[in-house]
Unconditional design. Structure first.
Length: 99
């Protein structure tokens, strides 16, 4: 991971904007996989898999630490994202008629 050295505030902001675009694209890809996951699950309980959520949070906290980013901040972001994506997955499950 390399951070470009910027010479102006405008250049720096442009680089931040590029990173933000990539983050949103990656979240959209993750959300696409979440929607697919509903095909393999048969109940809301399977979707709300606390063990899997804990596993993900532990993994990303460790990754944040190795990259010098606040693990608490990253975990908080992930908790919110996971909560929203769980709701998306539940909606997908209902749409496939498993209820």
């Amino acid at each position: 991971m390399e951070v470009k050295k910027c010479d102006t505030l405008e250049e720096l902001r442009g680089e931040i904007d590029k990173v933000d675009e990539k983050i949103v694209e990656l979240i959209a890809i993750r959300n696409g996989y979440i929607k697919q996951a509903a095909k393999f699950k048969h109940s809301v309980e399977e979707i709300k898999a606390d063990d899997r959520i804990d596993e993900v949070l532990n993994r990303i906290r460790h990754k944040a630490l190795t990259l010098g980013v606040s693990p608490n901040m990253v975990a908080d972001l992930y908790r919110h994202m996971i909560d929203e994506m769980v709701e998306t997955e539940i909606a997908e499950l209902r749409n496939k008629g498993s209820f």
